[in-house]
Every structure is written in structure tokens, then in C-alpha cells.
Design a protein around this ligand. Structure first.
Ligand SMILES: Cc1cc2nc3c(=O)[nH]c(=O)nc-3n(C[C@H](O)[C@H](O)[C@H](O)COP(=O)(O)OP(=O)(O)OC[C@H]3O[C@@H](n4cnc5c(N)ncnc54)[C@H](O)[C@@H]3O)c2cc1C
Ligand code: FES
Length: 267
């Protein structure tokens, strides 16, 4: 469907916050689901680009979706040029959502770079899910440098603790966020801990090595490249360890983008 842009603002170098007004019929996305977005006025690039949902509001007056995105190529550059009042095609929500656990005692979010976007939507969901109880929401957030820790204020509003890392040491721990998380990993070895992660493939691979042999629940959102976004082109497949009855490969767009971390074969 066509959505009308109500905000498309640069919030730090190369990072934008987009808010789009949608028709009432747009289904409320579950955390982890994504939308395909493209400029209706262009045939190059023809294909939409997938984005996790950063925020979603349904009120009596309107329905809006928020996307936090980083400009990396043609599609995202074109998106960044659109202005308030312009239209975008927004399709979805698509894909498998995160499994959530209202009874969780500690909910740990690990995000790298723009992986913060879908994790924030999940964290907000957990905040309302656990509002009546004393659940701890803890977020580990890594980026290359302090100014790339986009949306950190929002995360601090949602989570009781936000622990950061940067490659250059300009904010928090100097090094990778998985390194920082590994120092705390023993705090989260109980059945009541739930771990969720999104970030670059290298970060998720590293996390899977840290979690190997652990029985703690851990799900990841994979931001693989996509083409059709609806399961038809096989352009987004990932290898599975034993298939879990689903075969050797899974399509991120329809079988994911959320996977149990232990199911992925990292090659
Ligand atoms: C489920 C899902 C959720 C996502 N959520 C977000 C989000 O919330 N915010 C956001 O900014 N991005 C998100 N992405 C990534 C986003 O889809 C890509 O950055 C976007 O498609 C790039 O399009 P482009 O035309 O600008 O880049 P292209 O011109 O297609 O590519 C430019 C460069 O970026 C690389 N690249 C492109 N896509 C990816 C990718 N998926 N992973 C690694 N490298 C890539 C290419 O190899 C190339 O080097 C998500 C991806 C998926 C699958
Ligand atoms: S993007 Fe086409 S099958 Fe997943």
C-alpha cells in the first residue's frame, strides 16, 4: 500500500528516522517482522528494501510506522531524499516474529549498529509485557563510534541498563559488544533469562560461539540481503545446522528473519 511520509529526518551522519502514515487496514507488526519499502515513482531500483519496524502506533486518528535506517547504497540513498508529503510503498508486515516470554526474569538485548532498530521495537513490547512485574531489561549496544549509537536515548528510556561499546572507545567499552557481553554471560544462565540479538552477521556468529552448549533461550534477527521478500526467489537463503525438519536451507524472508541461534550453520 502507499504510505505518506510525515517525517524523514537525518538523526546522525548517514542515519535517518522515517515515519510513514498508513491506511487503517495495515496489520500491526509483531516485533521482529519487517516491511518492504520502495519509492513508487521509480523503477530503478525496482525491488523494495527490507526494514525492521522501529515503532508503530495505531490511534483513533492514524496508523504510523517508524523505520530507523542507515544509508548504505542506492535504495537507502533514494529513501533519504524523500520528503514530508511524498509517498512510499510499504508492504507487509512479513516474516517470523520473535517469540516473547511474559514470565521472563531477565531479558537481554544485544545489538550491533543499525540492528538497534528492530531490537528497540522488541524492547518496547517487552516493557509493556512485563510492566506489572519486576523483570530486568538489559541492553548491550555496540557501534563503531559514539555518534553511531543512534537511538540510545530511546533505549535508555525503555531498558533498566544499557551497556555500550565502540570500536574506537569513544563511548563505553572499547571493543566488540560480544566481547563486553561475554564478560557478563554467567549472569544470564538461568531458565528465566531470554536473549535476543540483531546486528552484523559477524556479531551474530560470534554470539553463537559464545552461546554454544548453553541452554539459554536465544533468538536472532538476520538482516540478510533480500530481493522479492516473499519467498519466491531464494535470494536470501541461509544454511541450517540440521534442518530441524525444515531442510538444509531456510529463506530469511519467510522462514525468518528470526531464528533460534542454535539453528544457523555459519559456514
Ligand atoms: C529483515 C531485515 C530487516 C532490516 N532492518 C533494517 C533496519 O531497520 N534499518 C536499516 O538501515 N537496515 C535494515 N536492513 C538492511 C537493509 O535492508 C539494507 O541496508 C538495504 O536493503 C540496503 O539497500 P540499498 O539499496 O541502500 O543498498 P544496496 O545498493 O543494495 O547495497 C549497498 C551495499 O550494502 C550491502 N548490503 C545491502 N544490503 C545488505 C544487508 N542486508 N546486509 C549486509 N550488507 C548489505 C551491499 O552488499 C552493498 O555493499 C534490514 C534487512 C533485513 C533483511
Ligand atoms: S528474498 Fe526472495 S526468497 Fe527471500
Amino acid at each position: 500500500m502507499n504510505g505518506k511520509i510525515v517525517r524523514n529526518e537525518q538523526i546522525s551522519a548517514g542515519h535517518f528516522l522515517l515515519r510513514v502514515k498508513l491506511a487503517e487496514s495495515f496489520k500491526t507488526p509483531m516485533p521482529g517482522q519487517f516491511v518492504m519499502m520502495r519509492d513508487p515513482g521509480r523503477i530503478d531500483p525496482l525491488l523494495g528494501r527490507p526494514f525492521g519496524v522501529y515503532g508503530f502506533e495505531r490511534s483513533q486518528e492514524e496508523v504510523t510506522v517508524e523505520i530507523l535506517y542507515k544509508v548504505v547504497g542506492k535504495g537507502t540513498l533514494l529513501l533519504s531524499k524523500l520528503r514530508e508529503g511524498d509517498f512510499v510503498v510499504v508492504l507487509g508486515p512479513y516474516g517470523r516474529a520473535f517469540d516473547t516470554h511474559p514470565e521472563a526474569g531477565k531479558v537481554v538485548f544485544i545489538c550491533g549498529g543499525i540492528g538497534v532498530a528492530p531490537i528497540t521495537y522488541l524492547a518496547e513490547h517487552y516493557r509493556s509485557l512485563t510492566a506489572a512485574r519486576d523483570a530486568e531489561l538489559i541492553c548491550y549496544y555496540g557501534a563503531s563510534k559514539a555518534e553511531n549509537l543512534v537511538g540510545i536515548k530511546e533505549l535508555k528510556r525503555i531498558c533498566g541498563r544499557v551497556i555500550t561499546s565502540t570500536d574506537d572507545g569513544s563511548h563505553g567499552f572499547q571493543g566488540l559488544i560480544t566481547e563486553r557481553f561475554s564478560a557478563d554471560i554467567s549472569l544470564y544462565d538461568t531458565g528465566s533469562s531470554k536473549i535476543y540479538a540483531c546486528g552484523p552477521r559477524s556479531m551474530l556468529k560470534e554470539l553463537s560461539e559464545l552461546m554454544a552448549g548453553s541452554s539459554v533461550f536465544c533468538q536472532i534477527l538476520m538482516e540478510e540481503r533480500m530481493a522479492c521478500g516473499v519467498g519466491a526467489c531464494l535470494g536470501c537463503t541461509v544454511l541450517l545446522k540440521d534442518g530441524g525438519g525444515r531442510g538444509e536451507r531456510a529463506r530469511v524472508c519467510v522462514d525468518g528473519p528470526v531464528f533460534d541461534i542454535g539453528d544457523i550453520h555459519w559456514g
